[in-house]
Design a protein around this ligand. Structure first.
Ligand code: FES
Length: 91
């Protein structure tokens, strides 16, 4: 997965960040990332990417990434690294 092939179009972003902002009704057995604060997280990441002048970084809202129990879920491509961030604080 993720291997580029000859003839593939060039990558458009250096890092493409997808933040699940799916929201389910309260009490749903899988929960949802929006209920765990993912919308605020996405907004924060967008602002910080802009403040830091990271032109090759794009932060997008995503629908359910099917790892709901680990949320709020963030995945960054092209590496395909998953993050379950707990705070907005840098470590
Ligand atoms: S609700 Fe976010 S991964 Fe499913």
């Amino acid at each position: 997965m993720g291997d580029r092939q000859a003839g593939d179009p060039p990558q458009y972003y250096e890092a493409h960040v997808f933040v699940c902002c799916n929201r389910r009704p309260d009490g749903h057995k899988r929960g949802s990332c929006a209920a765990k604060g993912s919308e605020k997280l996405r907004d924060y990441m967008k602002v910080r990417a802009k403040e830091l002048g990271l032109p090759g970084v794009r932060v997008n809202m995503a629908g359910c990434l099917d790892r709901c129990e680990l949320g709020p879920c963030v995945v960054i491509y092209p590496e395909g690294v998953w993050y379950p961030p707990e705070t907005a604080a840098a470590e």
